[in-house]
Design a protein around this ligand. Structure first.
Ligand SMILES: Cc1cc2nc3c(=O)[nH]c(=O)nc-3n(C[C@H](O)[C@H](O)[C@H](O)COP(=O)(O)OP(=O)(O)OC[C@H]3O[C@@H](n4cnc5c(N)ncnc54)[C@H](O)[C@@H]3O)c2cc1C
Length: 412
């Protein structure tokens, strides 16, 4: 039954009959809370965006709404135990407020907390997870380096073991929440080796650790992207995360959750672009008509709506497949199918959101070119979604390789 929707019927048509997108009362309740928090964030985000400064109210607003542990098990602090679909729906709503707000959320929850929850031992989870759900510790995920992006296996950060500590040396680049986080998931090789990557939990106050914000970014002015530096950074032995030598697998599993959150956020961006384009086309008059009466303007709106709905369906489908995989973690086929669906959803939604922003800017004309209006912000901010957590090119190849067979993989 579980694998039925992955197989084809005898007619060759994919069987999606077990896909159920119904929302329960409990899910609706969570989404209402998310909606209320997002309404509070909007005016603050508007101001911060125009002043190009970090929106430091996102954290307390989400925290007051008990949302900072949304996908974390209820066993830990303010964890809400949201399943993958509920989480995706929540991130879709957050995405409407902008990719900066959503990136903060994804870095903390999908890449940080869910990685700790999946791979941490009981002591690590009890020590850190409750604090992360209550806003006492913000998380970040440090995989990328200045010379290792799409190919994380080529990273250079390394560690040595001395007594009861590991000493990390190296640096990380382009880390969401990097300069504001209290707890980082960091990846490094044993010194002198290029295999057996390991993952670590690094507290911001660790000796030999430094972080700084990247200032000259194309977009995301209201959320933090940082550089991390490790100079004989002293980590207690109990802070190795997951099995020794399995760091790359840990990183890839984190990217599954991360990509789903990007896809969901991008659906939200496209939704916001649609709402803005429709509102503006109903109001703006040119040639003595509401511009919405001009058929070529109608086409812009149709294009947004088609890409929005396509990516929304792919994202919900991927979320359900992730939920099934989460419920049966030993099932490799379910995991691979979820991974593939998430790659499709992320690729499709990232492009849909960028195209939606572009169409919405067109509907707004010159007003679309101003950061006073949301389409311009979405256009620059959502561009990163085609780069981080798997570029368009990496995902295009990942999607094809599952169909062609692993022997067609051109990179490992
Ligand atoms: C705002 C922002 C936030 C980020 N947040 C995080 C974070 O929280 N944590 C983290 O670890 N990283 C983060 N990243 C880094 C991000 O994941 C990387 O930028 C991404 O993986 C791409 O790596 P790269 O930038 O080094 O590009 P490269 O890997 O150098 O790629 C350059 C170009 O070559 C293409 N290319 C590379 N390899 C292949 C191939 N085999 N086949 C075809 N084309 C290929 C790419 O698609 C791309 O077009 C963030 C980046 C940004 C911009």
């Amino acid at each position: 039954m579980q694998q039925q929707e992955q197989t084809k019927l005898s007619t060759g048509i994919s069987d999606l009959s077990t896909m159920n997108f119904d929302i329960s009362d409990e899910q609706r309740l969570i989404l209402n809370v998310v909606d209320e928090a997002c309404k509070k964030i909007r005016p603050i985000e508007d101001n911060c965006y125009l002043e190009r400064k970090l929106n430091d109210k996102v954290l307390p607003i989400f925290n007051d709404a008990h949302l900072l542990g949304l996908p974390v098990s209820r066993n830990y602090g303010d964890g809400q135990g949201a399943d993958a679909l509920t989480y995706a729906l929540a991130l879709e709503r957050v995405g409407q407020e902008g990719t900066g707000v959503r990136t903060f959320f994804s870095g903390h929850t999908s890449l940080g907390q869910l990685t700790l929850q999946k791979w941490g031992n009981d002591e690590q989870k009890e020590l850190y997870l409750p604090k992360t759900t209550k806003g006492q510790m913000i998380m970040a995920f440090g995989l990328t380096e200045s010379t290792a992006g799409s190919d994380p296996a080529s990273l250079k950060t390394n560690f040595e073991e001395k007594g009861n500590y590991y000493y990390l040396n190296g640096s990380k680049a382009w880390i969401s929440n990097g300069s504001i986080a209290d707890l980082h998931v960091v990846f490094a090789y044993p010194k002198g080796k290029t295999d057996s990557m390991c993952a670590f939990l690094v507290e911001k106050d660790s000796e030999g650790f430094q972080a700084e914000a990247i200032k000259d970014k194309l977009g995301l002015p209201t959320s933090d992207t940082g550089l991390l530096y490790f100079s004989d950074c002293k980590i207690p032995k109990e802070n190795m995360l997951g099995p020794r030598g399995k760091g790359l697998g840990i990183a890839y599993s984190a990217l599954m959750s991360g990509r789903l959150s990007v896809a969901a956020g991008c659906v939200g961006v496209a939704e916001d672009c649609l709402n803005e384009a429709v509102r503006y086309a109903r109001e703006r008059v040119q040639h003595k008509k509401k511009i919405g009466k001009h058929q070529l303007v109608q086409r812009e709106i149709t294009q947004i709506s088609l890409e929005l709905e396509t990516s929304r369906l792919l994202t919900y489908k991927a979320a359900l497949q992730k939920a099934r995989s989460d419920a049966d973690p030993q099932n490799v086929e379910l995991r691979d199918v979820a991974d593939w669906s998430i790659a499709q959803a992320k690729y499709c939604a990232a492009n849909a959101s960028f195209n939606a922003a572009d169409h919405a800017v067109q509907v707004f004309g010159a007003n679309g070119y101003s950061f006073e209006n949301r389409p311009a912000r979405h256009l620059v901010d959502t561009r990163v979604c085609r780069i981080y957590e798997g570029t368009d090119q990496i995902l295009e190849q990942k999607i094809a390789i599952r169909l062609l067979g692993n022997e067609f993989e051109s990179f490992s």
